[in-house]
Structure formats: C-alpha cells, structure tokens
Ligand binder design. Structure first.
Ligand code: 6PG
Length: 476
C-alpha cells in the first residue's frame, strides 16, 4: 500500500509531525538527508511503524507515495528549502505538490510559486504553529496554495490538526503566500502577547516587589478568567518553577536578553510597507531588540540611574484587578492591529483572506491559542468586513470596559519608570483611532509651509495653500 503523503526532514518538528500523521491512521513515507536519522526515527516509532515507510533514497521515497504526491518539506527556512526543491524536482511528476511547512518569509513562498508557474508541479506554503507538542499532537495549520492542492491534502491535515470544540484548526486561507503570511502575523501577535505579559510581570516584580512564584499565582488566577490562554498558562508554570541547581526561581537565573528568528520583524516590515499601524507589535519587536543590548543597558543604568519608584498602589487588590483588565485591553489592541495588517494584505495581494476562519483556526493548537480568539471568531463571523476589530459591537464594548484600567496602569508604569512600551502603544492606538478630529492638520500645514505640499480644507473651499507665502523665504 502506498503512502498518502511524504515528509522530508526528520528534525524535531518534522519527526513530530510525521508521528502525528502516522498516529492519525495515515500512511506516511519519510526521508532525511542523513540516513542514520531516518533509521533512528523508524526504530523509535514503536507501534506506529506499520504506518511509516522509511526511505533511504529519493527514488524509493517517491515510489512509496500515491500520486499526485503531497510532500511536506520541514527543514530550516531560507536557502535550504530552495536547494531541497531543486533536488526533489527531477523525481516528481505531474500534479505533485511540494509543501513548505517551515516558517518561511511569505515573499520567498510567492517566489517559489512563481518559479513553478508553467510547470505541472504545485506548491503549498503552510504555516504550522504549536511548537513540538503541537506538531506531535495537534498544531494549528494555515494553508496557502490552489484549492485543488488543498483538496488533495485536506483529509490528512484535518486528521492531524488541533480541534477546538471538535472543529479542526486547519483551513485553506488563500492562494500562494496567504498561509505563510498569516503565520507571520500570528507570530507578530505572539510577540506582542509575550511582551505584554512580560511588561505586567515587570510591574509586579519591580513595582510591587513580588516574587516569581507570587506572580505565577496571579497569572494562574487570571488564566481562569477572560485571559485564559496558553501563554498565560505557561507563564504561570515557568514563574513557579525552581532551578534544580540553585533552588531559586528559574526565571530569576535566566539572562534578560530575548532572541528572535525574524517572523515578528517581518510582520512589522510588511505592516509598514502597506501603511498599517501595528504599533503594539512594533513595540514588542523593539522590546526584544533593547533586551538584547544587555551590557549597554547596564552601563546606561550606571550613568542615568534607574527611575525611582514614586508611587505605591494604595489598594493592592484593586491594582491587580486593573492589571488584569489592562492586559485584556492591550491584547485587544494588538490583535486588532494584526487583523488590520491581514485585511490590508488581503487587498494588496488579492488573497481574499477569511478573517473569521483565521480567528477560528487559531483557537487551539497554536501558541496564541485562547478563549479570547473564540470571541474574535464570533465578532468577525458577524461582521467579516468590519474596518477594525475594535469597532465591532462586542469589542467596542470590551474596550469601553477595560481602557480605563489600561490608562491607570500605563500611567502607573510611566510615573514609576517601569518600561511598558507595548501596553502604552496599545493605549495610544485606541486613543488616536477613536479621535474624530486629530492633530495632523498641523502636520499638513507644516508640510505645506516648507514644501508647498498643499492640503484639503474642511469647508471644501478651493484654496489649498496657506497664507505663508513660500516657506523657502525663511532660508534667506
Ligand atoms: C509557533 C511559533 C514558532 C516560532 C517561534 C518564533 O507558532 O509554533 O511561532 O513557529 O518558531 O515561536 O520564534 P522566535 O521567538 O524565535 O522568533
């Protein structure tokens, strides 16, 4: 019996995905560049061996798969994917589908689609979220490609995906780069979520002087309410864990410099390219950048001093309640921005991205999975073309209920010199977005003054320059 699907690349993610596919009753052929890895993978597969065809040569691998062959490539993103595709091509036949399941830049995915145009081979750019555990037991899967190629893989992918109340967290989101683009924005939101939780942690640690396990306890309680999410859950767990070597809280021993592999940055770059304000995500990326300047920060603390704590919350319980609502409010800002970036990309690239479906397949399996995404799903299902999440009936109500708390927390952080850039930018975003009369009239006047750029008038009188003559006169 031939395999339903093939997989190349038995690293941690690839191996887990392959085991998941086998476990859900799909026969799978696997191949790894180093044969030893394939052998070890098969030897360790135990009861699942019957569903796995380990292959040592490309010829055997191809023969083992039922045509048209879907072949998942799960290797390091970037050039290795192009090289793998070139190695694979000579063995493929009409209708075969190469599926890049790595964290590809969607622009590379678009290029790969283009390079196969006119050939009889197809491609799928597939975003997979959920880390190792997700890959093994149920990830969230974002598919971009032709509808026909989706039909060929729908059954297998549905069987391995996470389920939210029984509904599979996988879907076809649109042609070419759509799947990888959505995964990139998922990661941008992931960055913002993580940064906001870290900022709240900082307020509790450095503002209130709470210990790591105490903060873990607070997060654990929040995780039973509206903030219920995977990231909250793991934050509680890591804050309560002790270092086996010193016995101290683990987080207290970890260096405060965050790494990043690029997806967060790409989401900001693409937002900027399209002229969409994704300030909370930008703040999160910048937060990681500043975190990585550890010795510079330490030197600056010596020169400038650390801001003093000037204000202790009078009512601890009320302050914690505010913090919980503030985090919820700020999250709304970050998600609204992420979805706004996707809405613009959908127009720009002609993808017709289904917003309710995206929210739906993020409810389980992925890193940002949460109850909150179920609320976003409902809001977009009722109003799929709304300009911004925060003006939907449900979320406008929620913003009204929570933005006061966010305002108090951001003020507290500012007064006490506790950095909270992502929380702050979410608040500023709300405030700017809902102000009918902004301040850019002055910017337009300045532009007209020094560059004769002209402006529109509120009274529509046909006069488009100010009474300042040529601003150039001031250079004299
Ligand atoms: C996921 C994750 C994962 C990704 C990192 C982002 O959805 O499972 O997004 O795909 O590799 O979490 O990585 P950095 O924080 O290293 O940039």
């Amino acid at each position: 019996e031939q395999a339903e699907i093939g997989l190349i690349g038995l690293g941690v993610m690839g191996a887990n995905l392959a085991l998941n596919i086998a476990e859900k009753g799909n026969k799978i052929a696997v191949f790894n560049r180093t044969t030893e890895v394939t052998k070890k993978f098969y030897a360790d597969a135990g009861a699942l061996q019957g569903q796995i065809i380990p292959c040592e040569t490309m010829e055997d691998f191809i023969k083992a798969i039922r045509p048209p062959r879907p072949i998942i490539i799960m290797i390091k993103a970037g050039d290795p994917v192009d090289q793998q595709m070139e190695l694979l091509k000579p063995y493929l036949s009409s209708g075969d589908i190469m599926i890049d399941a790595g964290n590809a830049n969607f622009r590379d995915t678009m290029r790969r689609f283009k390079s196969l145009e006119g050939s009889d081979l197809t491609f799928i750019g597939m975003g997979v979220s959920g880390g190792e555990e997700g890959a093994r037991h149920g990830p969230s899967i974002m598919v971009g490609g032709t509808e026909d190629s989706w039909k060929r893989v729908e059954k297998v992918l549905t069987s391995i995906s996470a389920k939210f109340n029984g509904e599979p967290c996988v879907d076809w989101l649109g042609p070419n780069g759509a799947g990888h683009f959505v995964k990139t924005i998922h990661n941008g939101i992931e960055y913002a979520d993580m940064q906001m939780i870290a900022e709240i942690y900082g307020i509790l640690r450095d503002g209130l002087g709470m210990s790591a396990p105490e903060i873990g306890g607070v997060f654990g309680r929040w995780n039973e309410g509206r903030l219920d999410s995977y990231l909250m859950e793991i934050s509680e767990k890591v804050l309560k864990a002790n270092d086996p070597i010193t016995g101290k809280p683990m987080v207290d021993i970890i260096v405060d410099s965050a790494g990043q592999k690029g997806t967060g940055k790409w989401s900001v770059i693409e937002a900027q390219n399209m002229g969409v304000a994704a300030t909370a995500i930008e703040a999160a990326v910048a937060g990681r950048v500043i975190s990585s300047l550890r010795s510079e920060r330490q030197a600056a603390e010596k020169i400038l001093g650390k801001p003093a704590l000037v204000d202790r919350p009078k009512d601890g319980m009320a302050f914690l309640a505010d913090l919980e609502l503030a985090l919820l409010a700020a999250k709304i800002g970050a998600y609204a921005q992420g979805f706004a970036v996707m809405a613009e990309a959908s127009k720009e690239f002609g993808w017709n991205l289904p917003m309710p479906t995206i929210a739906k397949i993020w409810r389980a399996g992925c890193i940002i999975r949460s109850q909150f995404l179920d609320e976003i799903t409902s809001a977009f299902t009722k109003d799929p073309n709304v300009a911004n999440l925060i003006v939907t009936p449900a979320f406008s109500q929620l913003v009204k209920e929570t933005d006061g708390a966010l305002r108090r927390i951001v003020s507290y952080a500012a007064l006490n010199g506790l950095p909270a850039p992502a929380l702050t930018s979410a608040l500023s975003y709300f405030d700017a977005y809902r102000r009918g009369r902004g301040t850019a009239n002055l910017i337009q006047a300045q532009r007209d003054f020094f560059g004769a750029h002209g402006f529109d008038r509120l009274d529509c009188v046909d006069k488009h320059h100010g009474p300042w003559g040529s601003g150039l006169a001031d250079f004299a």
